[in-house]
Design a protein around this ligand. Sequence first.
Ligand SMILES: NC(=O)c1ccc[n+]([C@@H]2O[C@H](COP(=O)([O-])OP(=O)(O)OC[C@H]3O[C@@H](n4cnc5c(N)ncnc54)[C@H](O)[C@@H]3O)[C@@H](O)[C@H]2O)c1
Ligand SMILES: [Zn+2]
Length: 598
Amino acid sequence: MKIIEKRIKKLIKKLRQWEYAYYLKNESETSDEEYDKTLQELRQLEFEYPCLITENSPTKFLGKILENNFRQVYHRAPMLSLNSVMNKSQLLLFNDRIEYKLRDNNQNKSIIYCCELKIDGVAISLLYKSGKLLKAATRGDGKIGEDVTKNVRVVSSIPECLRKNDGMQLPYLLEIRGEIFISKLCFLKLNQKILKSGNKPFSNARNAASGSLRQLNPNITASRSLMFYCYGISYYVGADELPNSHWDRLQLCLKLGIPINDHIQLVNGVDKVLKYYDHITYIRSNLKYDIDGIVVKVDNCVFQKKLGYGTRAPHWAIAYKFPAESKLTQLNDIIFKVGRTGLITPIVYIKPIVINNVVIKKVSMHNVNEIRRFNLMFGDTVLVQRSGDVIPKIVKVILSKRTNDMKVITLPQFCPVCGTLLITSNCRSSVLRCPAKLICLAQRKSMLKHFVSRKAMNIHGMGEKVINQLVDKNLVFSPVDFFYLNRENLLFNLDGYGVKSVEKLLRSIDLAKHTTLANFIYALGIPNVGESVANSLAVKYKTIEKLISADFQSLSTLQYVGDSIAFTIYSFFKDPINLKNIKDLINPDIGIRWILNN
Ligand SMILES: NC(=O)c1ccc[n+]([C@@H]2O[C@H](COP(=O)([O-])OP(=O)(O)OC[C@H]3O[C@@H](n4cnc5c(N)ncnc54)[C@H](O)[C@@H]3O)[C@@H](O)[C@H]2O)c1
Ligand SMILES: [Zn+2]
């Protein structure tokens, strides 16, 4: 049970971290596919071990993801997410469940569904009082959102005032829900502009829409050409009664001047839903905006009420998501990069393609074995996949497109950075490595980057650019050198650094001396030792000295550690260069102050 509990804790931690980046910083730290898979694993474990469900599990609630930059708004009705299915049989199951639950109300007839596009943007709640836009809020954690009224007022397709129709009273209060998004073209232009200014582009249209909406300066929002479609009414107080059909309610919104998407369709029965899905798949690439699936909603609002809501999503609607998108292109060139542990990773340059609105020019591979597996050749036609995803990969080579004059890609014999003869690791996978360790500039820089990274020694502000300069100017050769940096050598050697920024950097170097043994072990960059192994090592051995003298037998009995990792750890602490590095770091002159593991 302890192991399951630990696993659940780990999954929750991961999901929360990704949600934080995704919803607050508009960045994807992982692919949507991996996020969904992780959530699914958690759901499964909670299903099998209900006693381990915690109140704030991501399967139940969206994480608290509010920033202080905006005022908070309590939602009258919770703003939920959607459950999703990925294939036809899962959709049929959803329909079976609905038919079963409504069997008494619907006399076993097929269900009428309202089918909509799932536009890839951000959800917004708009409150109109006596026909005037009063408040706009983001979803936030579902109960409390952020007040983005000022920013929403500059989105031209959102009406400031509702349209009055003959014989129709404007509702006293009307709260609608919809999606704010950015067109494919505007997204491309925005990213080009961001790239030109030297900043990091948005990884997809959704992040771009969210980032543009949640600006502190509404003028920036105005410049981003955001668009809006309404997909539902969540609260209503008015003289006339609301119709009982979701579709009719949307038509009412349209009459009031609120934009509704043209592709919404009312269909009878699940077979028609499948037809709608096929049709949308067909026209998807011609749409001016990005969609990641369709949304299927039970149309009858009394039925909706009967089906009810979960804490995370309604039971009467489902998102039917598209599979990962892939495209054919041509392999133009290949380079070999050297990683932190000397591992050679191929970067394949392809004829640029656009997938899910992102231009892809290169694809990295895990190691040289992928080249062997595909027997890749220059000029090959390859299938590249990117699933709403940040990291594209080659999934297939189209052998029928091979011609006789194509040249095989040969693997390098020498390190492309330091020229050392490469070795083939003798473990199962026979990958290529540069054995030169710190002599190899590529490995030295990556090792140092790893040493200062957040989960390692956590030296704030010591980014890639700074490290490159410090290494190139021979100020830092091994990790301990960070702690000997002083005001003068930083001021003279770092481009664009003034007294203040140098002081700040020195402060964070000093702060980093406060560390846990687990972080320190992780920082050493022992091959295959990630956070969890580092943690178990710290818990078992308590001091670095005891870890250094641990024998193979004792190492191999540790949690997460099999014989091969145990051997790597054991050998790491037998290497004189590694031992010297550690000895230098724990020298009292440096002043590492151990804090207890968390
Ligand atoms: N890559 C990452 O790190 C990461 C992190 C968190 C979430 N995600 C992704 O985001 C998804 C979860 O995000 P989510 O909770 O916003 O769910 P979601 O995007 O899967 O679905 C819910 C949202 O769909 C939108 N929507 C679009 N059209 C709609 C329509 N016609 N009717 C109703 N809603 C409509 C609404 O904004 C609603 O909030 C995950 O499945 C994952 O793929 C990725
Ligand atoms: Zn090398």
